[in-house]
Ligand binder design. Structure first.
Ligand code: KG4
Ligand code: ZN
Length: 339
């Protein structure tokens, strides 16, 4: 008998629901993005996000069930993201999931958002252990050892800005729309990385830092405007130079992590996993090292509920169900929820 899980994800600015069988077969994955509501502010406004989740959650869950062709009585469990994220946003998903599980008399599964991002890769092919996951999104930048299903150890992370955050902040300097990641990625493709932007060194070889790079780009742009008044910025070359610095640092740290773990597989995850230069560079490096490189299709890289269902299936099989008393958490280290 297949395990059919309905998952709900509301940790940031996407209201998402999905129905997935056995943690691998996506029957439906529905996502209502709020980007248009937040773009005018240049970033996510938490209060607006929570309110949008409240108004979208019922239609999104309804649509996910309808598209999957699954009746609520055919479900085996309800899963929901409970950490980390915007607390008001998480609360909407968690309260809704609790109510639904109670009403349908179904077990409830509480999922860590980053475990979900990592398990988006299981929608592509089975995981092989030990693996290393590089999670790069708007809020997170982490290197994680995955030694078995649900066995996580955070090896390194950013000391300051997340990679996606750095993309979005540099995008603002270049007057690009929010979120700027895809725009910088596109501009960089026709630029030359001729500016020597820094590659931050950190004391620990698995840690990363991106705020110095962002500040460097800011000073560069200010100086360029002073030195060449009235001239337009060489945005393509700035984008290419910034991206090449980011990719160099990520590939370097990931290579060290793969070596330290003796990994068989490299899993890329999170919104920035959509980046064309990063995907290409990691694919080349993994090939050199004889490591299997997995990256989800773009729709499962950015926030979605199918990935939450994929990890919920691991917890289901391990019998790790939540009772109605659990609360969402704005921050929670992945290592703490390791099985
Ligand atoms: O995972 P995600 O959808 O949301 C969070 O959990 O944060 O990631 C969104 C981030 C944004 O910062 C966006 O600019 C970045 O992913 N992003 C990209 C690309 N596509 C999205 N960054 C670089 N290159 C891309 N192609
Ligand atoms: Zn995310």
């Amino acid at each position: 008998m297949a395990r059919t899980i309905l998952a709900i994800e509301t940790s940031c600015d996407d209201t998402a629901a999905a129905v997935v069988e056995d943690g691998t077969r996506v029957l439906s994955s529905v996502r209502k993005s709020q980007i248009a509501r937040h773009a005018v502010f240049g970033g996510v406004v938490p209060e607006i996000a929570s309110r949008e989740h409240v108004s979208m959650i019922i239609p999104v869950v309804d649509t996910a069930l309808r598209k999957a062709g699954v009746a609520s009585r055919e479900l085996n469990a309800v899963a929901v993201t409970y950490a980390p994220g915007l607390i008001g946003s998480l609360l909407v998903g968690v309260m809704f999931a609790k109510g639904l599980a109670l009403a349908l008399n179904l077990p409830l599964i509480a999922v860590h958002h980053l475990a979900g991002h990592i398990y988006a890769n299981q929608l592509v092919r089975p995981l092989a252990f030990p693996a290393v996951a590089l999670v790069v999104s708007g809020g997170h930048t982490e290197l994680v050892a995955v030694r078995g299903h649900g066995v996580f150890e955070v090896l390194g992370r950013t000391l300051d800005d997340a990679v996606g955050e750095a993309y979005d902040k540099v995008g603002r300097l270049l007057d690009l729309p929010y979120p700027a990641g895809p725009h910088i990625d596109r501009l960089a493709q026709s630029g030359i990385p001729r500016f020597d932007f820094p590659r931050a060194r950190t004391e620990s070889p698995l840690m990363m830092s991106f705020s110095g790079l962002k500040t460097h780009v800011m000073h560069f742009v200010q100086k360029y405007r002073r030195d060449y008044p009235g001239q337009s910025l060489p945005v393509q070359d700035i984008a290419a130079s910034f991206q090449s610095s980011v990719v160099d640092v990520l590939v370097d740290r990931t290579t060290r992590a793969l070596g330290a773990v003796g990994a068989r597989q490299l899993l890329l995850a999170g919104g920035v996993a959509a980046n064309s230069a990063l995907r290409r560079a990691l694919a080349v490096r993994a090939k050199e090292l004889g490591v299997d490189f997995v990256v989800p299709p773009v729709e499962y890289c950015t926030d979605n509920a199918a990935m939450i269902a994929a990890y919920a299936d691991v917890l289901y099989q391990a019998g790790r169900f939540a009772d109605l008393s659990f609360s969402p958490h704005a921050t929670l280290d992945l290592t703490q929820v390791s099985l």
